[in-house]
Design a protein around this ligand. Structure first.
Ligand code: PLP
Length: 441
């Protein structure tokens, strides 16, 4: 039993004693306690229990697209909970928010992606795509098509299949017990994709999965023409193409979905995060017409895949309102414009700071590489990004470091950000780089 306690120190003590944090350095948590205990948010800002207000330069986990404290979403959640908080969607039961959201997503998804399977988040969505792909090939009389190919530096989540597909190896090494039939290719090489398919045997490959823009791997944009060639190769070998739009969906890159920038339509598309701007837990997979029709005509018996919360009425009602706000407030256009300003700001910083290498952004997702030598791109050996993240937080900006095989700062501010707020981010970064360079150079 926990005795009733009040005060910040007590929260810190309770956190250390009882709260196992996700994706957190446990030693650091035990030594220092939580770095911020947030208590409220408004727009792009978060405030903690000590009264510190910081810019949420990551939309928390790349997901709070419409910003914090949007009362309309709270109202919709309350109304839906009061009316019907939960009902099952198994065994042909249904509910109106789930039906309407599926139809809405079909109307905004590219091409003929028209049928939605709901989940509670990104990892579940990717696991669902892998299972549906494998089941599809069983139905099609090609049961040997089991393998899933993914890219180096990719991040697809932490469920067993999603971890197995994740190209960032430390996530796979965490348990040393990866699911079978996952293969990896260099994320920038079409030749390697073809080589791996040939080597594994195309008749054994179920699907290829890729994030249109890699997020957790360091905000890596695809090489020119990459996805067009991927699309062709998948057609050529009969492999299902799956895109993981968990970060890049719902306006993040200035379009509804990231893959729209590359002019191709996948066979399946996974989403989560921005679908509700994080106000409720929801994800899903959108299937194209062909897959959907084949499932309908070939399935016998029950589709044995479903989460308790697949099509959760409250989460779906929140998502519908969230999408309405994205459209009503022109947030995709804002993402595009503010993203251009953010990139221009990064370029200015690059010209002024000796440790800034490559900079990139598409809409409101961006990255800054930290280098010792701008010409060769050589790094410092030790990673500086975490130091910069800590300094930025002191200066009032939350951003994130990516240190797998690289030394990068990443950003994904809420899509409601203003021009002045983008300038504020750049000012804080300027101050942050100046302080760290003073210390290390
Ligand atoms: N896919 C991508 C591209 C992600 O960035 C993430 C999470 O960051 C996931 C999947 C996993 O989503 P979730 O954490 O909701 O399970």
């Amino acid at each position: 039993m926990i005795k009733e306690k009040t005060g910040i120190q007590e929260l810190i003590d309770l956190d250390k004693k009882h709260f196992i944090h996700p994706t957190t350095a446990i030693e650091q948590q035990q030594a220092d306690g939580p770095s911020f205990i947030f208590k409220e948010g408004k727009g792009i800002y978060l405030t903690d229990v000590k009264g510190r207000t910081v810019i949420d330069g990551m939309s928390s986990l790349w997901n709070v697209n419409i910003g914090h404290g949007q009362e309309e979403l709270a109202d919709v959640a309350r109304e839906q909970m009061a009316k019907l908080a939960f009902t099952s969607n198994f065994a042909t039961f249904s509910n109106e928010p789930a039906i309407r959201l599926a139809a809405k997503i079909a109307s905004i998804a590219p091409g003929d992606l028209n049928a939605v399977f709901f989940t509670s988040g990104g990892s579940e969505s990717n696991d669902t795509a892998f299972k549906l792909a494998r089941h599809y090939w069983i139905l099609k009389g090609q049961p040997n098509r089991q393998k899933i190919i993914s890219r180096s530096k990719s991040y697809h989540g932490v469920a067993m299949g999603a971890t197995s597909a994740t190209g960032l190896k430390p996530f796979r090494d965490f348990t040393n017990s990866i699911a079978p039939d996952f293969c990896y290719v260099d994320g920038s090489s079409i030749e390697e994709l073809r080589r791996v398919i040939e080597q594994e045997g195309p008749e054994t490959v179920a699907a290829f999965i890729a994030e249109p823009i890699q997020g957790a791997g360091g905000v890596n944009l695809p090489p020119e023409g990459y996805f067009k060639e991927v699309r062709e190769i998948c057609h050529e070998y009969g492999i299902l193409m799956v895109t993981d739009e968990v970060i890049t969906g719902f306006g993040r890159t200035g379009t509804y979905f990231g893959i729209e920038h590359y002019g191709v339509v996948p066979d399946m598309m996974c989403f989560a995060k921005g679908v509700t701007s994080g106000y409720a837990q929801l994800g899903g997979v959108v299937l194209n017409d062909k897959l959907h029709k084949d499932f309908i005509s070939l399935s016998k018996g029950t589709l044995l895949h479903g989460y308790t919360y697949s099509g959760h009425p409250m989460a779906c009602a929140v998502a519908l309102k969230n999408i309405e706000i994205i459209e009503r407030e022109n947030l995709m256009e804002n993402s595009k414009r503010r993203g251009e300003e953010l990139l221009a700001g990064f370029k200015k910083l690059q010209s002024e700071h000796p440790i800034i290498g490559d900079v990139r952004a598409l809409g409101l997702i961006g990255g800054i590489s930290i280098v010792k030598d701008k010409k060769t791109g050589e790094g410092f050996g030790t990673q500086l990004a975490p130091k910069l993240v800590a300094e930025a937080a002191k200066n009032g900006l939350i951003c994130r470091s990516v240190t797998f095989d690289q030394d990068t700062l990443v950003f994904a501010p809420p899509l409601i950000i203003t021009k002045t707020e983008v300038e504020k981010i750049i000012d804080i970064l300027d101050k942050t780089f100046t302080a760290v360079e003073k210390e290390i150079l």
